[in-house]
Design a protein around this ligand. Structure first.
Ligand code: C5P
Length: 272
């Protein structure tokens, strides 16, 4: 398994005998190679601390909390794989979960693809989980896995949106919507019916073969912001299951405050 860019943090089960009736095996890929510029200057986002523990460690623990997840593949910043490996060795993780670290790419899509390339044979279900969602509860993770086991090729946790959402005109022929200079008034082109909108979260869960096909068919740099979007482009069905408010993405400085408040509440409630 190990090469220059793939590092096993803990050895796998080796040549253990295969059980007679094999349950589907699940792995989680955690893209954690982003810089997180919206959070302000500092270390890569995944390495920022929440209550003294790096966000990435929280995210790995959130995946490993599911008894169904036997392997976690962490996709590290291209120049930070050694640092991430040390970090994960230094923090306690459940014994039953294997952890691999690979180097990421220039975009999230590329990083996920590099994580998928590191999956060993025998994995049937793949979760893709943003390191930037460190606090997703285990019930949400298990709900996604269960829906894939029940036959859905792509499953996404989601919540209804609370804000009304406006669609704006693209800023220029080549510019993505929302890229206008801050403060510039933007023309509104549509107001989608809020009742039919959902805000999607991770982990997104997939039948492994479907996700691989989606990534193989994807064009690098086509702007896909989630993996389920790539599956939709294949014409395969994608279903939503209930997400959780604690699965929010840590993007801006205020999100760090909220994340630390959630951790403090958990500690007060159950000593987590
Ligand atoms: O930028 P955004 O918040 O959408 O990133 C979502 C996730 O994708 C983060 O966990 C980030 O670390 C990861 N990412 C990555 N490789 C990149 C860019 C983002 O793994 N090149």
């Amino acid at each position: 398994m190990s090469d220059a860019s793939t590092a096993a943090v803990r050895p796998g089960p080796g040549n253990a005998a295969q059980p007679q009736v094999r349950r589907p095996r699940t792995a989680a890929v955690i893209p954690a190679a982003g810089r997180g510029v919206r959070l302000g200057p500092g270390a890569p986002k995944a390495l920022r601390a929440l209550n003294g523990t790096p966000m990435l460690v929280h995210a790995v623990r959130a995946m490993a909390a599911s008894r169904a997840v036997s392997l976690v593949v962490v996709v590290a910043p291209p120049d930070g794989a050694a640092e991430v490996k040390t970090l994960l060795t230094d923090h306690a993780l459940p014994e039953r979960t294997d952890v691999l670290v690979v180097s990421g790419g220039a975009t999230r899509q590329e990083s996920v693809r590099l994580g998928l390339d590191a999956l060993p044979p025998g994995i049937d279900i793949v979760l893709v989980h943003d390191a930037a969602r460190p606090l997703v509860p285990v019930d949400t993770v298990d709900g996604v896995i269960e829906a894939v086991r029940d036959g859905a090729p792509a499953v996404v946790p989601a919540l209804p949106v609370t804000d009304t959402v406006k669609e704006v005109a693209p800023a220029g022929p080549a510019a993505p919507a929302g890229s206008a200079a801050p403060g510039t008034p933007e023309p509104v082109v549509a107001t989608p019916d809020r009742a039919r909108l959902r805000a999607v979260q991770t982990p997104q869960g997939f039948d492994r073969a479907t996700l691989l096909r989606a990534h193989e068919a994807a064009v690098v740099g086509d702007g896909a912001t989630d993996d389920a979007g790539l599956v939709e482009r294949l014409g395969e069905p994608v279903v939503l299951v209930p997400g959780h408010e604690e699965a929010f993405k840590v993007t801006r400085p205020l999100d760090l405050v909220l994340a630390e408040a959630v951790l403090a509440r958990r500690r007060a409630n159950d000593g987590f």
